[in-house]
Write a protein of this length. Structure first.
Length: 364
């Protein structure tokens, strides 16, 4: 058995080591923890404010662009010559009458497509005679012809017909590997009020994506795997209308966003609200594709005062790993500093106990 004095010295050594480590490490880890917590909170608050401000600007840009297309529909709607051509188109009994009316409508469509390169095409679904419909597009003519033929089966048709002449933005329409959105409204005969059909502007979804993700499209040679923060558009049905990740278009947004309850408010009573109101915006943290993400959102409104509403909402997604990268570096630095102090504390403890041993060792 060890002498009692050696046992006491060993106990004192252990107590000194423990005391020095606690005195040196406790303040460091407390300061580190508080710094990490407050930095994370401050960054979340600042990033949220910045994201909301950026979102408001993006929404304003989108509203301005959407207003261009909505104004185009309005100008066509109030154009007497154009409306006469639509009436003649529906009433045409002879081929020559149909061809003449169709040429007049196509001339108007081409004029607007030349003046606004963002317009991919126009369609007029003639009622009740679908064979008298008019379509002009930059590409995929056959596919869009089939779409017009089966348009009554689309949700967009039902939404347009129940809008009471208001402008309606459709969900995404997939043509081959591309996606498109339709801006449409019902056209009625002015004297009788009978429906002439549905007039629509066709837009490439990519144009919407470029507006809401300008930071991605201005970077050269960026892959999808390199995209950190990005924005997407959803409609009132929760369908994803536009996103850089094209495979997600048409999906319900709840498939990629774990917690959707904070967004319920923008879907309820939305028709009774001012689309530009701050009531229709907010933020929360949830998992997006199984990654913790800060979600900020705002409703996209219509600037055209004719009852038109896009029914679209803009969501900005920023992974917290991207936001808290600097905070994590602070945490690692604190941990490294703690380990250094732990080693120093152990060294000091051994040095002091060795001095104590020398004082207590009798001279021979």
């Amino acid at each position: 058995m060890k002498p009692e004095k050696e046992q006491n010295n060993g106990l004192i050594r252990k107590r000194l080591i423990f005391s020095f480590m606690m005195l040196s490490l406790t303040p460091i880890f407390m300061i580190g923890f508080l710094s990490y917590y407050y930095c994370q909170t401050a960054i979340t608050r600042k990033i949220t404010r910045y994201s909301q401000a950026e979102l408001m600007q993006t929404v304003a840009n989108v509203q301005t662009k959407l207003a261009e297309f909505e104004n185009t529909l309005v100008r066509l709607f109030i154009n007497t010559e154009f409306n006469s051509a639509l009436t003649a188109l529906g009433a045409a009994n002879e081929e020559t009458q149909f061809v003449a009316a169709k040429k007049g409508i196509e001339a108007q469509f081409k004029e607007y497509m030349i003046s606004n390169q963002d317009i991919f095409g126009f369609m007029f679904m003639c009622e009740p005679n679908l064979d008298h419909s008019v379509l002009i597009t930059k590409d995929y003519y056959d596919e869009f012809t089939e779409l017009v033929r089966d348009f009554k089966e689309q949700n967009a048709y039902r939404n347009i017909m129940t809008a009471g002449g208001g402008i309606v933005w459709s969900s995404a329409l997939k043509i081959n590997r591309s996606h498109f959105v339709l801006l449409g409204r019902q056209i009625k005969e002015t004297s009788t009020g009978d429906s002439l059909g549905i007039l629509g502007i066709i837009l490439d979804e990519e144009r919407i994506d470029q507006l809401i993700n300008l930071n991605i499209y201005t970077r050269l040679y960026i892959s999808l795997a390199e995209i950190g923060s990005y924005s997407l558009v959803i409609n009132n049905d929760g369908e994803i209308v536009s996103t850089p990740f094209k495979e997600d278009i048409g999906k319900d947004f709840s498939k990629i966003i774990k917690e959707t309850k904070p967004l319920d408010e923008i879907f309820s009573l939305v028709s009774n609200r001012d689309y530009g109101s701050e009531v229709n915006q907010g933020s929360f943290i949830t998992e997006v594709n199984e990654r913790p993400t800060l979600v900020t959102f705002k409703t996209i409104g219509s600037k055209v005062g004719i009852g038109g509403k896009s029914g679209w909402h803009l969501l900005s997604l920023a992974p917290t790993s991207f936001l808290y990268a600097d905070v994590k570096r602070l945490a690692y630095a604190t941990l490294g500093l703690g380990l250094i102090f732990a080693v120093v504390s152990v060294g000091i403890s051994f040095y002091l106990t060795s001095l104590l041993d020398k004082k207590q060792t009798p001279l021979t």
